[in-house]
Design a protein around this ligand. Structure first.
Ligand code: TRP
Length: 342
């Protein structure tokens, strides 16, 4: 509740790995719902730049993605004055605690982690004899670092997609192991996942009608130019039903995207016209472009301004790191005391 005092609200933490350009599917499936958490929780958001290092090996690209994620979230409505917004790499306490917590983590738990198992499976399928070929320790330790992201901020809830659910369970496990040994001196909050329903119906279709996802290469970038947006909207697949014929709006990817971005009255009117016949797919796609462009142009402007090297972006992140460290420093101090290193 926005009326609850900050100290009594539960804490939510959203982590974003900077590994690509944001697209419409990210906005509807992850960014918008995560921003809504700030109504109900003491909300923290951070950019998991050290996590991205397990895969992004181009320094310029990592720098770009990191700033791009930050600019995206602010452009999308994140208010840095009302929430805590920071970069993982600006919080050195996270890395101290990662060593400590890795000493509380059984290796078997990491062997069972999905991402690591999937990488080994891929090696097996491609006939490699060393199933760990090409797997770095960053990938292997990924869940411990993620657990610490969560635990050091004394997080109650973590919004995640299904693919990240196991990671939150691992965090709860590791916290439990620590609490079991040192709990009389310091206890971590046990975090809980909030699983988003994007995979069960709300997922946005992409340019080929499948779920919009970077891995399918079917995305519409959130901040592409107006011309590009128009081109991409036109590329969304439709069938050859003639203009006059009645159409099923809900089986049309263009309509499904429209429904997520247009005002409800507009969506209802378009649905009616498609059903009755007389509205062609071409007109629908033009309307989709107009709706997207109207909705996104103010965000695009803010994003571009923030991406300027001289913008306030870096200062905002520095201020956010200061607020985040106010939470992390005392947690690490208590943990160090509890384990006998102080
Ligand atoms: N692993 C998450 C992802 O790939 C990103 C992440 C890192 C994260 N640390 C986190 C998410 C802590 C939530 C909480 O999307």
């Amino acid at each position: 509740m926005s009326t609850t005092s900050a100290s009594s609200a539960q804490v939510s933490l959203t982590g974003v790995k900077p590994t690509g350009e944001p697209h419409l599917g990210n906005y509807i499936g992850a960014i918008k719902p995560a921003l809504a958490l700030a109504q109900e929780y003491d909300a923290l958001y951070f950019i998991a730049d050290y996590h991205a290092l397990t895969t992004v090996r181009d320094p310029q690209l990592l720098r770009h993605y990191t700033r791009s994620v930050a600019a995206t979230w602010i452009a999308a409505g994140l208010n840095p004055d009302r929430v805590i917004f920071y970069c993982q790499s600006d919080i050195p306490e996270i890395f101290d605690l990662t060593w400590i917590m890795s000493c509380m983590t059984s290796k078997g738990l990491m062997n069972r982690a999905h991402a690591y198992k999937a990488a080994r499976d891929r090696n097996e399928e491609s006939g490699k004899t060393d199933l760990d070929a090409g797997i770095n320790m960053g990938l292997y330790n990924y869940p411990v670092l993620m657990a610490v992201d969560i635990l050091i901020m004394e997080t109650d809830v973590v919004p995640v997609g299904h693919d990240q659910l196991q990671h939150v369970e691992v965090a709860a496990d590791i916290a439990g192991s620590f609490n079991h040994v040192y709990g009389k001196d310091f206890k971590f909050t046990i975090p809980q996942a909030i699983v988003s329903d994007t995979e069960t119906g709300r997922a946005l279709p992409g340019l080929d009608g499948r779920k919009m996802s970077k891995s399918y290469d079917n995305t519409i970038p959130l901040f592409c130019s107006e011309a590009q947006l128009k081109k991409l909207a036109r590329r969304i697949p439709t069938d050859s039903t003639p203009v006059e014929a009645p159409k099923d709006p809900d089986s049309s990817p263009a309509f499904q995207i429209l429904a997520q971005f247009a005002a409800p009255e507009i969506t209802a009117e378009t649905r009616r016209r498609l059903r009755e016949g007389g509205m062609g797919w071409g007109e629908l796609k033009n309307q989709l472009f107009e709706v997207l462009n109207t909705r996104l142009s103010p965000l695009r402007e803010r994003y571009n301004a923030l991406m300027d090297p001289d913008s306030e972006l870096d200062a905002l992140l520095a201020a956010g790191a200061e607020k985040a460290r106010k939470r992390a420093v005392p947690v690490l101090a208590q943990v160090r005391k509890a384990i006998g290193i102080d």
